[in-house]
Design a binder for this molecule. Structure first.
Ligand code: ZN
Ligand code: ZN
Length: 126
């Protein structure tokens, strides 16, 4: 059961991820949250981010440059990471139909999805 306080915090954290719009790290989300709600602890932000990624309210898009990044866009899309400036851009879903059929069979593993990122240099850094 969710307490109203918990729901409020989640809403706030979700909104902060969306406002930033940059696939922020937990640290960046925390910095954004305390601008308006300085009493919220870092542990609360980190814990909620983890829980929301588990329930699918947010997306954990993986570990880049040493930190986990989060995304409020939960539709199917991929990411482009610029190796120069480190920015993470949304990339529309490309048609990879059949990619799972070509997965090598690993004994005892059941693949349910995949997480794809492209790496390169963005138009600003080129
Ligand atoms: Zn760049
Ligand atoms: Zn994204």
């Amino acid at each position: 059961m969710r307490s109203p306080r918990n729901t409020f915090q989640r809403r706030l954290i979700y909104d902060s991820v969306a406002e930033l719009g940059t696939h922020p790290t937990a640290e960046e989300v925390y910095e954004q949250v305390i601008k308006t709600h300085p009493s919220i602890s870092k542990a609360t932000v980190y814990r909620n981010l983890g829980q929301m990624a588990e329930t699918g309210e947010l997306l954990n898009i993986g570990n880049f440059n040493g930190s986990i990044h989060y995304d409020h866009n939960c539709y199917e899309h991929y990411h482009f990471i610029c190796t120069e400036c480190g920015h993470i851009f949304d990339s529309p879903a490309v048609n990879l139909a059949g990619i799972l059929d070509n997965m090598p069979n690993i004994d005892g593993f059941h693949v349910t999805g995949y997480n794809l990122s492209f790496i390169g240099v963005c138009s600003q850094c080129k």
